[in-house]
Design a protein around this ligand. Structure first.
Ligand code: EPU
Length: 455
């Protein structure tokens, strides 16, 4: 970010009421991420972990909740928002468009009711995929939006054709110029929408767009993630009429406006909970994962049963138990929720290096999400990459520490798990990718006994 943008953001924050002063902090934290935040993680592996670790709020619900603030006629307060780089980036996008944001102790109060522009800044849109969901609320509430091609992880092509098709069905006109997708409408109207391949953000974007559209929208072949149900439940609390979220068909009866909401509390992050569960199993540790919902992790627990990872659960905790028994190989195929999440595929692959026999991985969602396996070989893992979607891992292998770059959020945290079970030292560079999705991860892992530091 250049200096003039920073000054502009600061002045937006400063011209707001004093209670919005922490918007300045948000901007400064983002700057800190870029310039002075640690860039490298160093791990001395093979330490047993112990105790408990608490799960933060779900990144992929929090991003949509922040975007949904645009639908509200006044401020909305959202709690349990993780303090991670992707959220800071979305805050910065909204601040640069005229929103006022106060963020402290994982609680944000956002007033996006008087945006001075509906153009999403290019440099920030290109940092996060979630910038795409802004077009739904922007079109619904302001009847226009300019979306530069959204960025994010290098895990595949990630087109936005489903979004454009659906918005056109709802009466928007979309043209592509050098600034990005120019979207306008007199007013969005209810429509019959079919999403050809299950898509989380397309489902959420259309659900938000339809909330303030004229008439009824029916969306078919929707994603069923718990974060989508949570988004719908909170919008309904504010007066929206959304039926069927959590199933493949969602019906939305459009409303003229939303009402104030008492409180929007973000769900625990099921992907972070699953990551810690895999970490405990891979390091052969007894670890309790607190403030999670094990019901959201049934596909992972099914694999744990196959592999031989012992665990116990309560409605809000999951305890992984240490075992000296040999783990068994398994086959995983990623699938939309409630199937095995693509967002846990790279982390599980580290556990597969510790299983007896040949495990197979079939990544069905993204064609670029097995690239990290080439790097995993540097740790001494026995990996065969058949094609962009299929791979095999043979174990058990003793991993050896090495130096790697973090390629994306999930592969970065997978390398961190690899480092924690490897002999000797591991250095992970480009940890911005890890910070995008995991809050204060080094200190939280230190607290459960990991020998890890950041520089
Ligand atoms: N797709 C299209 N056209 C579209 C939209 C999607 O072809 O217009 C395809 C994609 O290329 C992909 C498939 O549909 O093959 C499914 O992608 P989806 O749209 O569901 O992914 P997403 O909504 O962009 C969200 C999460 C991802 C998570 C996926 C799958 C957010 C911000 N991102 O992405 O999270 O992997 O769903 O569950 O919610 C992560 O957190 O690390 C992450 C990448």
């Amino acid at each position: 970010m250049n200096k003039s943008r920073t000054t502009r953001n600061l002045s937006i924050a400063e011209t707001g009421k004093s209670c919005y002063a922490t918007a300045t902090t948000t901007t400064l934290q983002t700057l800190k991420t870029k310039t002075t935040m640690p860039k490298t993680i160093i791990i001395r592996g093979q330490k047993e972990l112990k105790g408990s670790i608490t799960v933060m709020g779900a990144k992929n619900e929090a991003l949509k909740a922040v975007a949904a603030s645009i639908l509200f006629p006044g401020p909305v307060t959202i709690t349990n928002i993780p303090d991670i780089a992707d959220i800071q980036c979305l805050f910065e996008i909204l601040i640069s468009m005229g929103a006022q944001i106060q963020y402290q102790n994982h609680t944000a109060t956002i007033d996006a009711s008087k945006l001075h522009t509906t153009t999403i800044p290019k440099n920030l849109a290109q940092k996060i995929r979630a910038s795409v969901v802004l077009i739904g609320p922007l079109l619904a509430r302001y009847q226009k939006a300019v979306l530069p091609p959204p960025g994010g992880d290098t895990i595949g092509k990630r087109p936005i054709d489903f979004f454009i098709h659906a918005l056109e069905k709802m009466g928007a006109s979309v043209t592509f110029t050098k600034e990005g997708y120019q979207c306008t409408t007199k007013q969005l109207r209810g429509a019959q929408i079919f999403i050809p391949q299950i898509s989380v953000t397309a489902t959420e974007t259309m659900m938000m767009a339809a909330t303030l559209a004229k008439g009824t929208t029916v969306i078919k072949n929707c994603a069923q993630e718990p974060e989508i149900e949570a988004l719908a439940a909170n919008l309904n609390e504010a007066g929206a009429q959304i039926e069927g979220a959590g199933t493949h068909t969602i019906t939305i009866h459009g409303k003229k406006s939303l009402k104030a909401l008492k409180k929007w509390n973000i769900l625990p992050d099921r992907i972070e909970a699953g990551t810690f569960a895999i970490l405990a199993a891979a390091t052969r540790s007894t670890l309790t994962i607190k403030r999670c919902d094990p019901n959201h992790l049934q596909s992972l627990l099914y694999e744990f049963d196959h592999i031989g990872v012992p665990y116990t659960q309560t409605p809000s905790t999951l305890t992984i138990r240490k075992t000296s028994k040999q783990y068994r190989a398994t086959s995983i195929k990623t699938h939309e929720y409630p199937g095995f999440p693509t967002d846990l595929q790279s982390q599980l692959s580290i556990l597969l290096t510790q299983c007896q026999g040949m495990s197979t991985i079939h990544e069905t969602i993204f064609e670029g999400r097995l690239h990290y396996l080439e790097t995993l070989k540097k740790f001494g893992a026995k990996v065969i990459l058949f094609d962009p979607h299929r791979a095999a891992i043979t174990g058990p292998s003793t991993l050896k520490g090495t130096t790697v770059e973090s390629p994306d959020i999930r592969a970065g945290i997978a390398f961190l798990i690899a480092g924690l079970i490897a002999k000797n030292n591991t250095t992970i560079k480009n940890i911005y990718q890890i910070q995008r999705g995991a809050e204060d991860i080094v200190n939280r892992l230190k607290n459960i006994g990991a020998d890890i530091e950041e520089r």
